[in-house]
Design a protein around this ligand. Structure first.
Ligand code: NDP
Length: 240
């Protein structure tokens, strides 16, 4: 039977490319989203991939969402923690709610989702977890103490959980994307974006598919010896 993969924030941006790549690998994919009903509906209609709405920041919502997926499709063996947001501002301008929202969505979500799926993976002695970090969690970024802290936290979370999962056949890895052409990056002012692209050795923004390819590699059945690693996919912008 096909393994079940759950992708948070899987209906648009990088997440939608990840959902499609996992489907192409023969997985039964369920894509989570938070609130953008229109994007979720057109993604489902175009791809045939099931969608499930819940807020990854909310533990009880995650519990209910995961229970629904398991009841309908079977145990979750592949988990991709991709949902993320930015709320940029220098520290002096950053409000506490901007800090909390970014930490909860990017990092708290990894706790919620892993906590609720890890036991099942352990019992079945198989699991593939991929957490989506960021180049800005590796290198830091002006105006992003919240995002850099959350993404950097993901990299530590990944290495710690990888140690807990290793003897149960569960791998836990992270991907640190560079700048990828999605709505998140399109929100950056044009002038700033041109300066960013000028610093990318391959001379272009990443495409969502560049990141999805990494997820497909790390979640493959025969990738069991790769765990606790961070795969940087950034066009050479930060060699870490
Ligand atoms: P997008 O803004 O394009 O998409 C974000 C997705 O996350 C959406 O599907 C959104 O759902 C979902 N989401 C947001 N908040 C929640 C929540 N509380 N609960 C459930 N789902 C939620 O982002 P990208 O595709 O650009 O980014 C994907 C990941 O990659 C993020 O973790 C981001 O930090 C990371 N990343 C992105 C980079 C880039 O250059 N784009 C660079 C480095 C890392 P909905 O559609 O309902 O709003």
């Amino acid at each position: 039977m096909a393994r079940v993969a759950l992708v948070t924030g899987g209906t648009r941006g990088i997440g939608s490319a990840i959902s499609l790549a996992l489907k192409a690998q023969g997985r039964t994919v369920v894509a989570n989203y938070a609130s953008n009903e229109a994007a979720a509906a057109s993604f489902q209609a175009e791809t045939g991939i099931a969608v499930v709405k819940f807020n990854v920041c909310d533990y009880e919502e995650c519990e209910a969402g995961i229970a629904k997926v398991v009841a309908e499709y079977g145990p979750i063996e592949i988990l991709v923690n991709n949902a993320g947001i930015t709320r940029d501002g220098t520290l002096l301008r950053m409000r506490r709610d901007m800090w909390d929202a970014v930490l909860d969505t990017n990092l708290g979500s990894c706790f919620n989702m892993c906590k609720l799926t890890f036991e099942g993976m352990r019992d079945r002695k198989y699991g593939r977890v991929v957490n989506i970090g960021s180049i800005n969690g590796q290198a830091g970024q002006y105006g992003q103490v919240n995002y850099a802290a959350a993404k950097s936290g993901i990299h530590g979370f990944t290495k710690a959980l990888a140690q807990e999962g290793a003897r149960f056949g569960i791998t836990v890895n992270a991907i640190a994307p560079g700048y990828v052409d999605t709505e998140m990056v399109r929100a950056v002012p044009g002038e700033v974006l041109r300066k960013i692209v000028a610093k990318i050795p391959v001379g272009r923004l990443g495409q969502a598919e560049d990141i999805a390819r990494g997820v497909a590699f790390l979640t493959a059945d025969d990738a069991g010896f790769v765990t606790g690693s961070t795969l940087s996919i950034n066009g050479g912008m930060h060699m870490y």
